[in-house]
Design a protein around this ligand. Structure first.
Ligand SMILES: *Cc1c(COP(=O)(O)O)cnc(C)c1O
Length: 425
């Protein structure tokens, strides 16, 4: 029996024309068409194109209620670049080369009540630069209760080793007293006392730690890695008082007022800005960090500085950046929005529910913020992620939850389209 003749594969040109609506650039479409033909499955080209399209960075609706969502770039950013030239390293007064840090770091210092500040790529880089600038070849004293791992791979002892500083551990996991530091702190070879905020876990029960104020009287400069980047625990940028769930979170301004020589923190956690790391505090120490050759390797690009500047200006104008606006939305308002959404035919499978948001991003562990949204039985996450604008939802107790605290009202039409597309047949 003769085999049926195999159909001739379509021409690459023809296939590429068919893929044009995906909006991908021509050379990528040619690659995809060729791959599909080589795999003996020309019909798969379209699916390959859709997969590639969705692997690129794009808009996602965060319906998880996790305000600082690590997989979604932590805090949302209120910033679009004009794409024009900027005076990044031009001093407009003199017409000469200026410092890319001068503008924005002054604003950050102003907000934190610091003499000076320096911006680097992330919180880990901030601590690495501080330790290698101020303590390489010398001793740094840290409580055993603060030798933490934060996120994937940021371990304080390893950052310390990479900086060339020698770690001196004091105290125990649950209790460290001032006496424990006193011995280590009076050593001539001690460059710094490091305090690290336990951002992502809590030690409860029989515990004690020593505050910055007492540590700062021991002699060596105290560096406080506050991590989450709460600029001021009095939250002057909010109309009301600080929300109760912030209790215990150290503010940069207060840490410096209480005697820390430097604080380090991330730009994209509670500060609500772009990925960045900030070193703020005493001018001579910040300058020593800026002079270290590593500072150049860790410096942020112009886009980040532009975004951080906008965030700082928002704070100074007492406007809420998106993180703070979302974090403090009243539950009533979210319930009203949920009621409205539930009336849409697209949401016929969903009912209005109370739920709980969390700060996320490895900050404020255990904190929950009352919220409202929609829920439906079963796990609908895959269908929601497959929507044109993907929606990331949360599953709990056998139900899928859409938490409206992290969804911007402007995103609601796309959210409804996703709910409609994910409807049960
Ligand atoms: C998040 C965090 C870091 C790491 O900051 P990245 O910006 O993620 O590099 C370091 N220290 C503490 C205490 C943190 O909370």
């Amino acid at each position: 029996m003769a085999e049926p003749p195999s159909p001739r594969p379509p021409s690459i040109d023809q296939m590429v024309r068919g893929l044009a609506p995906t909006g991908l650039p021509h050379p990528l479409l040619v690659d995809l068409a060729r791959e599909a033909v080589a795999a003996g499955d020309p019909a798969s080209a379209e699916e390959r194109a859709v997969r590639l399209r969705r692997s690129l960075l794009g808009r996602v609706i965060n319906a998880t209620g996790v305000l600082i969502h690590t997989n979604l770039g932590r805090s949302p950013l209120p910033f679009t670049s004009t794409g024009s030239y900027t005076n990044l390293e031009l001093d407009l007064e003199t017409g000469r080369r200026g410092s890319r840090q001068a503008n924005v770091s002054g604003l950050v210092a102003r907000l934190a009540g610091a003499e000076a500040a320096l911006v680097v790529n992330n919180g880990a880089a901030a601590l690495l630069l501080v330790l290698s600038s101020l303590a390489a070849g010398r001793r740094v004293v840290v409580s055993r209760g603060e030798l933490v791992e934060i996120g994937g791979g940021f371990r304080v002892p390893e950052v310390m080793a990479a900086s060339g500083a020698t770690l001196v551990e004091v105290g125990t996991t649950n209790k460290t007293r001032l006496d424990d530091y006193a011995g280590a702190g009076s050593d001539q070879d001690t460059a710094l006392i490091l305090k690290v905020h336990q951002s992502n876990y809590r030690v409860v029960g029989f515990t004690s730690e020593v505050g910055v104020e007492a540590l700062s009287r021991l002699g060596p400069p105290v560096v406080y890695d506050i991590g989450s980047g709460l600029l001021d625990s009095d939250t002057p940028w909010l109309a009301g008082p600080p929300p109760p769930w912030l209790a215990g979170e150290p503010g940069a301004r207060q840490a410096l007022q209480n005697g820390a020589a430097l604080v380090t923190f991330s730009g994209d956690k509670l500060m609500g800005g772009p990925q960045a790391g900030i070193i703020a505090g005493r001018a001579e120490l910040v300058e020593a960090c800026a002079r270290q050759p590593l500072a150049r390797a860790l410096r942020p690009g112009g886009l980040i500085l532009e975004a951080l500047q906008e965030v700082c200006l928002s704070y100074l104008r007492r406007h809420c950046v998106p993180f703070w606006r979302m974090a403090t939305l009243p539950v009533d308002e979210l319930s009203r929005r949920a009621d409205c959404l539930a009336k849409s035919p697209d949401a016929k499978d969903w009912s209005v529910t109370a739920c709980r948001s969390v700060p996320g991003g490895g900050s404020l562990p255990g904190v929950q913020i009352d919220s409202a949204g929609l829920c439906t039985p079963g796990d609908r996450r895959a269908a929601l992620l497959a929507a044109a604008v993907p929606v990331l939802a949360r599953v709990q107790d056998g139900h899928t939850f859409i938490d409206l605290r992290t969804v911007d009202p402007a995103e609601e039409p796309d959210l409804l389209a996703a709910l409609g597309g994910a409807a049960r047949p």
